[in-house]
Ligand binder design. Sequence first.
Ligand code: ASP
Length: 419
Amino acid sequence: MTQSTTLPAPLRLLGRLALWQQILIGLALGIGTGIVFKADALVLAPIGTLFLNAIKMLIVPLVFVSLVAGITSMQDSAKLGRISIKTILIYLVTTAFAVTIGLLFGALFTPGEGMNMVASAEAEAKQAPSLISILVGLVPTNPVTAFAEGNILQIIVFAIALGVSLNLVGEKAAPVTRLFDGLAEAFYKLTDLVMRLAPFGVFALTAGVVGSHGAEVLLPLAGVIGVIYLASIVHVLCVYGGLLALLARLSPLRFFRGIAPALAVAFSTSSSSGTLPISIECARKNLGVSQGVAGFVLPVGTTINMDGTAIYQGVLALFIAQAFGVDLNAGQYLMIILTATLASVGTAGIPGAGLIMLSLVLTSVGLPIEGVALIAGIDRILDMARTTVNVAGDLMTATLIGRSENEIDSDIYNSVNKP
Ligand code: ASP
């Protein structure tokens, strides 16, 4: 980063640090500011909104062009099929692990025991859309509408179809393929520029969230918050760290350092869709994952792979059962694993989406949905943890697949100086 000598000394010092270090400092300062200034910290909100707007601006065009460019870089359709199957398999298996860990921690620490569950408001159960309507809705009748509405799943389907068609056309479509390549590079560069704002954006967003959640809101539910954070950390370190070390024979430490900027942005924005541009950048620049794999695995993961949300649903299902004195049988446990896995697939990568899906899981086993109202007040704090896990899970999968397909540059992955 270029330095101006006119900058004050602390800023100059900060500028010399790697971006991921600057972002983590922003995060820590944001937490501190929120604690000290409480709701007054919300004056910083416009800085956070500016940063959020800048990354949201990137999502639709970046997903589209990087997916098309990713597919056209994999001319071999057998390889594309193999990567798709592996991606979905890893996503499902890690999600099932996540719900199980959530249930295990909920059973072990019993955060709901002795709780005085008086619902402060009525919560309505949301209707789950049927599988058929989800599948039919995947294909956009008008791609322009899908772009305008930011319907990521439809954009993914359209981008895959266009990418495969470009491959099938071959030579005649070469100029278009090159155009997408060039556009993808331009959007990566733009992401790079937006990321310079990240330390400030993360600082402002975190200060606002911490400042607006006083101790009086958090303390009564500190137990369940603690259990969800603990289960999330265990899942990330053991399942992700374990898979990377054992299956891919890659250093988990290098992985976590490489994805630190994406984790900090996920934590402060509570949106895995919003974090997608940064995730793609981290995968390519810090982990050395090829554009093809990163451009395909990450957008898909952002929409369907939500391990953090699954952990949250596992813990909360048990928490609410304990608080209402409901004993669950083995069949109900299995039902929670199944519905929480499916619900996490259907959860959108936006703030608060997991809370809506929670009512689905609760109704599937006959638990009182008033529990949702109780959780609503602290949901943002839980959302920060689950979004961070969701993003880490997508990046871990991209790394595993990159490794198994020889689409990872080990020199970049193992380099000590991450940008
Ligand atoms: N906010 C989460 C995400 O973007 C989804 C959720 O609410 O569980 O990944």
